[in-house]
Design a protein around this ligand. Structure first.
Ligand SMILES: NC(=O)C1=CN([C@@H]2O[C@H](COP(=O)(O)OP(=O)(O)OC[C@H]3O[C@@H](n4cnc5c(N)ncnc54)[C@H](OP(=O)(O)O)[C@@H]3O)[C@@H](O)[C@H]2O)[C@@H](O)CC1
Ligand SMILES: [K+]
Length: 506
């Protein structure tokens, strides 16, 4: 599934019109009919609907929906919020069709009139504004949006809740809080943002007959889904041996923090790593070994429990390294971490405290021959970029892309919607997972899954996408099957859940 900006959606529509030869009125017909058919099927208990139509093509979709709902026996009225002169030619065409089919349209209405009329209808279809909304919502429209947010009926938005920006980086003024949104053709960026998502309610996509080639012309962002995982996750070869699945090393864990590396190591093994070594301070080893019998160990030189300068040569023999968990931010550790990041010619994943050590050498890491993968949450991204967390939440895709391109690294920006960006700017969003993951240790688990996946895939981007999907799916599975709730789930439960996820994928 592609994720588009408003401009990209218009490009795709244009391609369908200019190259596919599908007239804009037909695209509108397809959109409206597809949405009406879903409503008729899914909202079978409803018999009446008020359609609120704006002047753009979103309003045009509304007229088509009204015609099909009426044909199927719904009592329907369209409330046209702007005069005919404001209607696009396609919307006007479909208004006329609706009227030819004896459809009822109210014009010249104000909010007070609508407030009185609305209770007669069981469903409210929001076709006021689509992806063409620009700037602050104007006073002729704003009160209608507020009215919808006050009313008790089920609100179904067409393409996007009216008033909500399609793109990230745009502040919301006022927007409809939909119960259900039928998204036309492809989800818009705002669906996968913390600020936009709550407005959509339940959501689903309707296709409108755009030729597939419209999506081949550039690299659109994508949502990573179960089918993508199944298509790219490598099955184990019957004749493979432990060396075939990657020999990984987890480097971290100062004396007071053995838990993080334990979680990373256990997760890497559960996610399929062939061999796994933990490089940490001596006193941690018996604690980790107690929890993770399968790991091997490399003792790091320390100073009062803190990792100090060590030789990086032994780590060159591994297929991948995860660095930084429970490592602490002591300057003594910084030098060692920076040399690991700079010198190791294997894929390196940097998380947690490692990110703090990485920051001063960001300008040098682009020259690495092997991929560098960073896995910051929003707070760590703020530390790395010096944008505020709120600024990152407003434009997560743009900021992650800017950062990945500038420093030539892979960024896994962790959140409810984890955004994975490659150094060339390709982006995917993984939206598995739940609030149970908002707990210490789950990031360490993700780093372990990433380490295992990176060693087992030829495409780094696919490895990262699969890791994020599987990690979130494990949390979802734990809750869905009643083993945990979002409240009590622990990072170690997510490791236990991996097995169940792999079962469902193969
Ligand atoms: N072929 C296609 O493209 C297809 C498109 N499709 C559908 O079309 C939708 C996009 O249609 P669109 O481009 O016409 O824009 P749309 O969202 O209806 O908004 C424009 C209207 O809003 C108004 N307006 C703007 N800002 C405002 C504000 N701040 N406050 C108040 N008003 C404001 C603006 O007024 P104006 O500035 O012109 O005075 C104009 O009247 C898309 O979401 C999908 O549903 C499908 O049918 C499939 C084929
Ligand atoms: K809408």
């Amino acid at each position: 599934m592609y994720i588009v900006t408003a401009e990209e959606m218009y490009e795709i529509d244009r391609y369908a019109i200019e190259h596919g030869g599908i007239d804009g009125k037909i695209l509108m017909e397809n959109a409206g009919r597809a949405i009406a058919e879903r409503i008729i099927k899914q909202e079978a208990s409803y018999q009446s609907a008020a359609v609120l139509a704006g002047g753009g093509n979103n309003g045009g979709d509304g007229f088509v929906i009204a015609r099909y709902l009426q044909q199927s026996g719904f009592e329907v009225k369209v409330f046209q919020l702007v005069p005919d002169q404001k209607l696009t030619s396609e919307a006007l065409y479909h208004k006329k069709l609706f009227i030819n089919h004896h459809g009822g349209v109210e014009t010249d209405i104000n909010v007070e009139m609508l407030r009185k009329d609305l209770p007669y209808y069981q469903l409210v279809i929001d076709a006021i504004l689509g992806i063409g909304v620009k700037g602050a919502i104007r006073p002729n429209i704003k009160p209608f949006i507020s009215l919808l947010n006050e009313c008790n009926q089920k609100i179904i938005s067409v393409d996007i809740p009216s008033g909500l920006p399609a793109n990230e980086s745009v502040q919301i003024d006022t927007a409809v809080k939909a119960d259900h949104t039928y998204i036309v053709e492809a989800p818009k960026q705002s669906l996968f943002t913390e600020w936009g998502f709550p407005y959509y309610g339940e959501w689903e996509i309707v296709s409108i007959g755009v030729p597939k080639q419209a999506y081949h012309r550039k690299s659109f962002a994508r949502r990573w889904e179960r089918d993508d995982v199944i298509a790219t996750l490598r099955k184990r070869d019957t004749f493979s041996h432990k060396g075939s699945h990657g020999k990984g090393v987890v480097i971290g864990g100062q004396q007071m923090m053995p838990g993080s590396v334990t979680l990373t190591a256990s997760a890497a093994l559960r996610a399929g790593a062939g061999l796994l070594t933990v490089a940490t301070v001596k006193d941690n080893i018996s604690i980790i070994a107690h929890k993770c019998t399968e790991a091997m160990y490399h003792v790091l030189e320390e100073q009062d429990g803190t990792i100090k300068e060590n030789d990086v040569t032994p780590f060159r023999t591994f297929d991948g390294a995860a660095i930084g968990m429970g490592m602490g931010r002591d300057p003594v550790t910084a030098k060692f971490t920076q040399r690991l990041i700079h010198d190791l010619d294997i894929p390196v994943i940097v998380d947690a405290d490692g990110l703090h050590h990485l920051k001063p050498i960001l300008n040098k890491v682009g020259k690495r021959n092997y991929p560098l993968i960073i896995t910051p949450h929003y707070g760590e991204m703020a530390m790395l970029t010096e944008y505020t967390i709120d600024r990152i939440k407003l434009s997560p895709m743009a900021i992650a892309k800017e950062f990945a391109r500038k420093y030539q690294l892979y960024v896994v920006l962790k959140g409810k919607f984890t955004i994975i960006t490659s150094p060339d700017g390709k982006q995917t969003v993984s939206d598995t997972g739940n609030a149970g993951l908002a707990k210490g240790g789950t990031g360490d688990v993700l780093s372990g899954v990433i380490l295992a996946m990176v060693m087992q895939h030829s495409s780094h981007l696919e490895a990262l996408c699969n890791a994020c999907y599987i990690h979130g799916a494990s949390a979802d599975m734990r809750v869905k099957t009643g083993r945990n709730t979002e409240i009590d789930m622990l990072a170690s439960d997510v490791i236990d859940g991996l097995s169940h996820v792999f079962h469902t994928l193969f």
